[in-house]
Ligand binder design. Structure first.
Ligand SMILES: *Cc1c(COP(=O)(O)O)cnc(C)c1O
Length: 368
């Protein structure tokens, strides 16, 4: 049985008439920048997240960068961010002229914690970029209480956490702003796309200006900015998909439960734990696997595709060698990079495929 890591064409085939019609209507309108599909998406996505503002953008990385700029983060400032994440969350800090300060993550949940932020705080700390990794929300309430007491801004990277929740509050709605990517994520455009959500109106206007050459209309330039707008065609595609997001998320959660029950009791495997009072949206189903390389090879021979998110913790990437970090500075992240393994998980995956993956993993550990 073939189990590819992702299957974007099967989702497209299911939605082909609606998607094609949405794209056609943009092509017919002759309006490719701005317009109704974008306004509609921004309104509906803000509603889904129960926030006041959503600003559609070219991609998620630009959203993180613009959020820092809008919060006036720049030279002389430090921004705390997890050692265990995708590089977008730290590279934007450097690009904004500030210094990234890495914090290690929770050994059970793989997300940044209030206590690690507290350990890394200095007089120069201006903001934190927290990441709700794999779909698991970081302890946002505690982080918010701590950061409020120190007057530090919070940017929530929700690129992997569409519709994740803590205590009934959707990820992205607690910090100063939440940033989403729609580039191959749980809600995916057909190409790059992203947005920022916020309840802070002046921040929303500033981000919108920064993403459009410093103005809200064509020849207005109140400041310098750059160009990072959500494409009209991508917005039209997202408008077709957004109503399906909660059904897709439920499907992911069901399949994750199946994985967890079928993989229980295998001694080489550590299963993902879900923090209490949260909804984990399972962008990725990540296990910790002993003999990871051999397991990957074994599964690939059985036509099961797996990936590693991520092969190296950020402080150990060549891009950050100038910070001279040692593995002992980030023991959790240093361990995770050797053992994490992402199993296939998407709404179109069948229960039979999940059972087959679990059976194969079990037989690997029984054989070796
Ligand atoms: C995908 C991703 C991003 C970047 O999003 P793009 O739209 O590709 O720029 C940022 N942070 C995390 C955690 C991501 O997974």
């Amino acid at each position: 049985m073939k189990v590819p890591f992702a299957n974007l064409t099967s989702q497209y085939r299911n939605l082909k008439p609606e998607i094609d019609q949405a794209i056609d209507s943009v092509l017919d309108s002759g309006n490719f920048i701005g317009g109704e599909p974008i306004r509609l998406f921004e309104k509906n996505f803000a509603d889904v997240c129960s926030v006041k503002h959503c600003i559609g953008l070219g991609n998620g990385t630009a959203g993180l960068f613009l959020a820092l700029k809008a919060l006036d983060v720049g030279p002389g400032d430090e921004v705390i961010t997890p050692a265990w994440s995708w590089i977008s969350t730290s590279e934007v800090i450097t690009m904004a002229g500030a210094k990234p300060v890495f914090a290690d993550v929770d050994p059970a949940y793989y997300t940044i914690t209030a206590s690690e932020i507290e350990r890394k705080i200095t007089g120069r700390t201006k903001a934190v970029i927290i990441v709700h990794l794999y779909g698991q929300v970081a302890e946002i309430k505690r982080i918010k209480e701590f950061c409020d007491s120190k007057n530090i801004s919070i940017i929530e990277d929700c690129s992997q956490a569409h519709l994740s929740e803590e205590n009934g509050v959707v990820a992205g709605a607690v910090g100063d702003c939440g940033v989403f990517s729609f580039s191959n994520k749980n809600l995916g455009a057909y190409g790059d796309a992203g947005c920022v959500i916020t309840n802070n109106e002046s921040l929303a206007i500033k981000i919108r200006r920064l993403a459009n050459h410093g103005g809200l209309s064509k020849d207005e330039h109140l400041m310098e900015g750059f160009n990072s707008r959500l494409d009209t065609i991508q917005a039209a595609i997202l408008n077709v998909k957004l109503p399906l997001l909660s059904v897709w998320t439920k499907k992911r959660i069901e399949l994750a439960q199946l994985y967890s029950s079928d993989l229980t009791g295998i001694s080489g495997i550590t299963l993902p734990e879900i923090r209490v009072d949260t909804i984990h949206s399972f962008h990725l189903f990540v296990v910790l696997a002993e003999k990871r390389e051999q397991l990957e090879e074994y599964l690939s021979q059985r036509e099961i595709q797996t990936l590693v998110h991520y092969p190296k913790a950020l402080p150990f990437e060549p891009a950050y060698s100038y910070l001279n970090h040692k593995e002992s500075d980030f023991p959790v992240s240093a361990h995770l990079q050797n053992v994490v393994l992402s199993l296939p998980l998407y709404p179109e995956l069948s229960r039979e495929q999940v059972v087959y993956v679990c059976k194969s993993i079990r037989s690997f550990y029984e054989t070796f």
